[in-house]
Design a protein around this ligand. Sequence first.
Ligand SMILES: C[S@@+](CC[C@H](N)C(=O)[O-])C[C@H]1O[C@@H](n2cnc3c(N)ncnc32)[C@H](O)[C@@H]1O
Length: 234
Amino acid sequence: MSGTGTLYGIGVGPGDPELLTLKAARLLGQVPVLAWPAPLEGDGMARSIAAAVIPPGRVEIPIRLAFRPERDDTDAAYDAAAAAITAHLECGRDVAVLCEGDPLFFGSFIYLLARLGERFAVDVVPGIASPMAAAALLRQPLATLDEALAVIPATRPEAEIERLLIAADTAVVMKVGRHLPKLKRVLARLNLLDAARAVERAGLSGQRLMPLAEAETLPYFSLVLVHRRGAVPR
Ligand SMILES: C[S@@+](CC[C@H](N)C(=O)[O-])C[C@H]1O[C@@H](n2cnc3c(N)ncnc32)[C@H](O)[C@@H]1O
């Protein structure tokens, strides 16, 4: 690997730019090439969160994703990004991949790590993940003492969400969006609807916190905390 650059996976936190770590801010000020996932147009969330610490004149590689559930074009987008990043790493230039929240917690960096991790030196800078930000906003513990916490993508089938909720004391349900009716059904069946609270766009414009029972719609950038023993232990 001598002579090649380092691939950095940099977590930029869930939205509030003040939740960037000192290490992320330092590296983003130094690394000459930045790659970031984004919709088909615009900067994307990770790039926007970190904007204040990115100096002008960096080489930037947007990874354009259609964010369609069927993911047809996603592999091709990551392949193309991996090829562009490889060209820089092979010339000895470090490349930082920006990732909303934490890079290894449902992060897009995982797809680049899979493609490039065997060939290049990799350094991962953890970021504050969205469940931590949501718990802080709600002032609700994620887990305490011997409680088991489940992290459940709402994209899973209804029966599996139910099984995972039953197995845990507390849960974070991610990627809610259009799966809200399914999630509400399961929670109501388990008599947990009143133990669930939603956080929409934590730390971003349009942030909202609410009891899940009152949420009529939720965007993709929302999550739900469920605590079957009540919100705050006494
Ligand atoms: C692809 S995952 C990325 C998770 C991210 N790497 C992290 O560490 O939180 C996207 C999901 O994370 C959750 N999420 C991420 N940022 C959020 C935010 N600011 N507010 C609420 N939910 C968020 C939502 O459930 C969303 O569907």
